[in-house]
Design a protein around this ligand. Structure first.
Ligand code: PYC
Length: 312
C-alpha cells in the first residue's frame, strides 16, 4: 500500500448526546460505486487498517464511531455513509446520522431542510430543523421475538425481546442494577455476558444489548444502558436502540402511532421518538442534537509503529 494515497484525510468530530462521531470528509479509501453493503465488504477486506487508524488509539478511542462519506448509488441522496467502530462496521447509526447532518451543515454542504442519506441497510431521511435539532426517519424496524428467556452463566435466566432498529438488539428490563454511571463496570460485564449467551442461544445476529430501567428526566419514558459491538457503551440514548424500543412498544400496544416517546441515556441525554406504521413494521423518527467539536487533518507516517492504530 502506498501511504501517500492517504495524504489528504480530513475529519470533523461531533458528539450527539455525549456520543462521539468522526466523519471522514476527504481522503478515505476508494470503495467503488457498488451497493453500500458490498462496499462495506471491500472496506473490511482491503482497508480495515483505515478503520483502525481513524478509530483506535492513539488518535481515537473505543467509544468513537466513524462515518465514511461515500457517493450514494441513489443520486437523490445528499451522500452515502458507512459507519464503523473500534471492532466492526455498523449497519446504521442513529446518533451518527444526527452527528453527520450537523457536520455537513457545519461544512456548508447542507442547510436546514430534508436530506436523504444512503446507508448499507437502506435510505434514511434526516431533517435539519432551524433550531439545530435533527430528526432522522430510520429504516423500517420491528420486533423479531418477544419474551425470549436466555440462560446467562453467572447471572441466571434473563428475559427480553429481540428487535431490529437498523442494528440488532436484545432489550431487557431484567438488570437489578441501577442504570447509573457508578455501575458502569458491572453493567458492561452483565451486558457482555448477556450478549454472548443471546448469540449462543439462537440469536447470533444480536450485537447490541439494551438494558432498560426507569427514567430520571421528567417526561422520559425509560433510561437505557446500551452496550455497543465491542465493550464500549453508548453515551447517547442510541438512535437504532430507541428505534428497536419503539418497535417493541408498538408491538405491545403501549405507544400509539405519532405519540412521543423520550428515551434517556445512562448519562442523562435524551432523544425523542415517534413512529408511523408500515405493514407489520414501524418507521421510527428519532430527534436529537449534535455539536461539532473538532476539525482534523490526519498524518500517516510510515515510521510510526502505531500509524494504523493499536489493535487488541
Ligand atoms: O445511535 O444507533 C446509534 C448507535 C449505534 C451504536 C452507537 N450509537
Amino acid at each position: 500500500m502506498d501511504i501517500s494515497t492517504f495524504s489528504n484525510v480530513t475529519t470533523i468530530d461531533s458528539h450527539t448526546g455525549g456520543e462521539p462521531t468522526r466523519v471522514v470528509m476527504t481522503g478515505g479509501p476508494d470503495l467503488g460505486d457498488g451497493p453500500l453493503d458490498k462496499r462495506v465488504e471491500i472496506f473490511r477486506q482491503k482497508y480495515d487498517f483505515f478503520r483502525t487508524a481513524i478509530i483506535q488509539e492513539p488518535r481515537g478511542s473505543d467509544v468513537l464511531v466513524g462515518a465514511l462519506l461515500v457517493e450514494p448509488v441513489d443520486k437523490s441522496c445528499v451522500c452515502g455513509v458507512i459507519f464503523f467502530n473500534n471492532v466492526d462496521y455498523l449497519k446504521m447509526c442513529g446518533h451518527g446520522t444526527i452527528g453527520l447532518v450537523v457536520t455537513l451543515a457545519h461544512a456548508g454542504k447542507i442547510g436546514p431542510g430534508v436530506h436523504k442519506i444512503e446507508t448499507p441497510v437502506g435510505i434514511v431521511t434526516a431533517e435539519l430543523h432551524e433550531s439545530g435539532e435533527v430528526s432522522v426517519e430510520n429504516v423500517p424496524s420491528y420486533r423479531k421475538a418477544k419474551d425470549v428467556s436466555i440462560d446467562v452463566p453467572g447471572v441466571g435466566s434473563v428475559t427480553g425481546d429481540v428487535a431490529w432498529g437498523g442494528n440488532w438488539f436484545f432489550l431487557t428490563e431484567a438488570s437489578s442494577l441501577e442504570l447509573t454511571l457508578d455501575n458502569l463496570d458491572q453493567l458492561g460485564d452483565i451486558g457482555r455476558k448477556i450478549r454472548q449467551a443471546v448469540n449462543e442461544q439462537g440469536y447470533p445476529e444480536v450485537d447490541h444489548i439494551e438494558l432498560i430501567g426507569p427514567a430520571v428526566n421528567p417526561g422520559a419514558g425509560s433510561r437505557s444502558y446500551v452496550l455497543c459491538p465491542g465493550a464500549a457503551y453508548d453515551r447517547s440514548p442510541c438512535g437504532t436502540g430507541t428505534s428497536a424500543k419503539l418497535a417493541c412498544l408498538a408491538a405491545d400496544g403501549k405507544l400509539a402511532e405519532g405519540e412521543k416517546w423520550v428515551q434517556e441515556s445512562i448519562i442523562g441525554s435524551t432523544f425523542s421518538g415517534t413512529y408511523r406504521t408500515d405493514g407489520d413494521k414501524i418507521i421510527p423518527t428519532i430527534t436529537g442534537t449534535a455539536f461539532v467539536n473538532a476539525e482534523t487533518k490526519f498524518i500517516f507516517n510510515e515510521k510510526d509503529p502505531y500509524c494504523w492504530g493499536i489493535s487488541r
